[in-house]
Design a protein around this ligand. Structure first.
Ligand SMILES: Nc1ncnc2c1ncn2[C@@H]1O[C@H](COP(=O)(O)OP(=O)(O)OP(=O)(O)O)[C@@H](O)[C@H]1O
Length: 266
């Protein structure tokens, strides 16, 4: 008999425990960009980090992708500790930021191929993988176009292709639709959704409520380095008696800032 599984049945592919990053800022002194956060994300699940500018989203995602080291706590990706085994973590993730990183003098095909080689894919596996990705993402009509000639939408597709070329189980998107027109943004979101359908574990950051409503299975509302609330949108609506995620977001931030101010004055 066929059994169906839900993301909750899978072990976490991302495990974040009490993770913090403290910077010493010349003007502000020590700053907790990330202030002891914990969460899990499973295969087949999209987890959203929703927060305003400076909330700590990028810091969190950069720690998960081994670009930054945490100052406290730990993070495991595909079972590997990001500090102890960064090379295994990198082999298991694809990271896409809003900076597309497309080279003017490489064609779409060459660029994705180049990244595939960097990830150590064997040549025959790589060529099959490229054919598959270029067809799925509908990139064949510009496979030989140079980066300098590509539209924003084309660049974004190449950037996604580059992120998934080694078929990693964990995908990290840092504000993937930032600066895109509505059509391109929609295509990016649809691609992320289809990657979830393939069983990928996906974490992405945004400050756009609509993206969370459309895409995320669970969300963490993050502000000044702290997770103010997390859960499915239904759970949050029930817990705070506020069905509108935008209203909830502003209310939680307002309460947090009021409380911080009161503590500072006490
Ligand atoms: N290298 C650094 N040195 C000092 N402070 C930093 C450094 N990097 C980030 N910060 C501070 O940490 C906080 C969180 O920044 P982060 O970039 O993670 O936020 P974010 O949620 O991604 O926001 P944005 O959408 O603006 O990128 C901010 O107050 C930022 O000024």
């Amino acid at each position: 008999m066929a059994t169906s599984t839900t993301p909750a049945d899978h072990p976490p592919m991302i495990r974040v425990e009490n993770l913090a990053k403290e910077f010493s800022d010349l003007k502000r002194g020590p700053v907790f960009a990330l202030d002891h956060v914990s969460f899990d994300v499973r295969a087949g699940e999209i987890y959203g980090l929703l927060g305003p500018n400076g909330a700590g989203k990028t810091t969190c995602l950069r720690i998960l992708s081994t670009v930054l080291k945490p100052t406290h706590g730990r993070a495991l990706v595909a079972g590997y500790d990001v500090v102890a085994h960064p090379e295994h973590v990198r082999a298991n993730i694809g990271f896409m930021s809003n900076n597309t990183g497309i080279y003017d003098r490489m064609t779409a095909w060459e660029l994705v191929e180049y990244y595939g080689r960097l990830y150590g894919l064997e040549e025959s596996v790589l060529q099959d993988r490229l054919e598959q990705i270029f067809s799925t993402l509908q990139m064949n009509e510009f496979r030989d176009m140079l980066g300098s000639k590509m539209s924003t939408g084309m660049k974004q597709k190449v950037s996604i292709a580059r992120t998934i070329v080694h078929d990693p189980p964990v995908l990290i998107f840092d504000e993937p639709t930032s600066g895109l027109d509505v059509l391109v943004a929609r295509a990016v979101l649809q691609t992320i959704e289809s990657l979830k359908g393939q069983g990928k574990c996906i974490i992405f950051s945004t400050h756009i409520m609509r993206e969370v409503e459309k895409l995320c299975d669970r969300v963490a509302i993050i502000h000044k380095g702290r997770i103010l609330a997390s859960g499915t949108l239904e759970e949050l609506a029930d817990r705070y008696n506020e069905p509108d995620v935008e209203e909830l977001f502003f209310e939680l931030i307002r309460r947090h800032d009021e409380q911080s101010l009161a503590e500072a004055e006490a």
